[in-house]
Design a protein around this ligand. Sequence first.
Ligand SMILES: Cc1ncc(COP(=O)(O)O)c(C=O)c1O
Length: 471
Amino acid sequence: MQKPLADAWRRARTLGRRPMQVPGHKLRYLDGSRGWAHEFIGDFVRDDIPLQGGVDDNAYSHGYLTSAESLWAAATGADHSRFLVGGSTQGNITALATVGDQDTPIAIDRTSHRSTQAGLVLIGAKPVWIYPRLHPEFNIPIGVAPEALDGLEEKVNGFFATSPSYVGTLSDIRALAKVAQSYHEPLIIDQAWGAHLDFLDGQGAIQQGADFAVTSVHKALIGYTQTAVISMRDGIIPRSTLDRWVDLTSTTSPSGTLMASIDGARAAMAADGARRLADLIDAVATARRRLARVPGLAVLSDDTAGCAVDPTKLTLILPGTGADGVQVGDALWQMGHGPESADHDTLILTLSVADEPEWIVEFADLLADVVGAHRDEPRQASPISIWQVEPQVVLTPREAFLRERRRVPMREAIGEVSAEQFCPYPPGVPLLAPGELVTQESLDAIRAASTTCRIAYCSDPTLETILIVKQ
Ligand SMILES: Cc1ncc(COP(=O)(O)O)c(C=O)c1O
């Protein structure tokens, strides 16, 4: 329950310092004080204390951050942890760079978040894409099977899988770790959505044998937006390699406030997390039972998914109700209960230890009513899905990203190599990425996804044109 960094942040807040160094706002707005231009900036920086020359001194001589990182590692079964303020995005980039090099491919789950592509652009490695199993009816990923790692023809520098998946399904990490160990290669788990699992009876990725785990503290736990942790076990890769890449990808001016919130979140879990998680899981189970009574509605669970499912996630499959998930999502947003994600067929609701169990049960009633109000003729799930992309890789992401490019109308791009990412957000998994062949299927999938969500990270938001690699 110690919280060295969080305590140091609180002390720094009371010292009334007037720094002759950054931050430029000079702590003049701390705790709501009214400095110049308060009405423009005051609310936004009222809690902002830098780590360096703020929470700690310029030399970090008190070691508050390293103490807090050690406590996180000890609490989650890791040998080392580093706090990040660039989200799991930074964590994934760092993890891939730590295990990879430009000469040897890395095996990566193609349903991974777009940040994995940034890691590949950074180091120049070729991806060997692996694919999770797909649910035969719901068209969602149901975990990467160990066979997907075992059957590779090329030597790889490591394996990367996402668990929990965006929809909440879990891979068997122990089985994946066994395969990775048999090749003496590291297993990285993107556990962005599973920070709570680290505090749930050995269910964290590292506790189950992963060599590296990346986890967002702001998603499933209660840290400040942008906060994440990358953790590792000693063994295949030295800690110094991780540190080198964390340092390369990090800001030199980390926010003490964001970092202290990671320490506070861990201390809260140490204090009372087990009880709170148990209550959350009970409430979600009750909500799932309630929603399963809605005619035609499929509720993701260990029974319906065909694999283990994160017990804190509510994922609903709507085609049997005839309701359109986008409309249900809009209705929830209007009520102030915006869902994590909504496409025509699937509605994903993120719940956390900050949600009161009574509210979750109450919300299930409300959700059942909203789905009921949008009921229509039952239909089949859409055959085109973000989770089904199997690209043809022509160039490495780095080659395609750095080569000369030209813009062409979308319909003329078939047969060319994409120089950019088309990424439905959420979930942030690219439908088409740099280095991949543009096909009729990829264009159809982009069009279909654009009817339900924003297509991010492409240079022409109208989707009329595309940047291709100049051949
Ligand atoms: C599976 C997965 N990994 C990584 C990320 C990136 O996380 P962050 O937003 O903390 O950078 C996301 C974001 O949604 C994600 O879904």
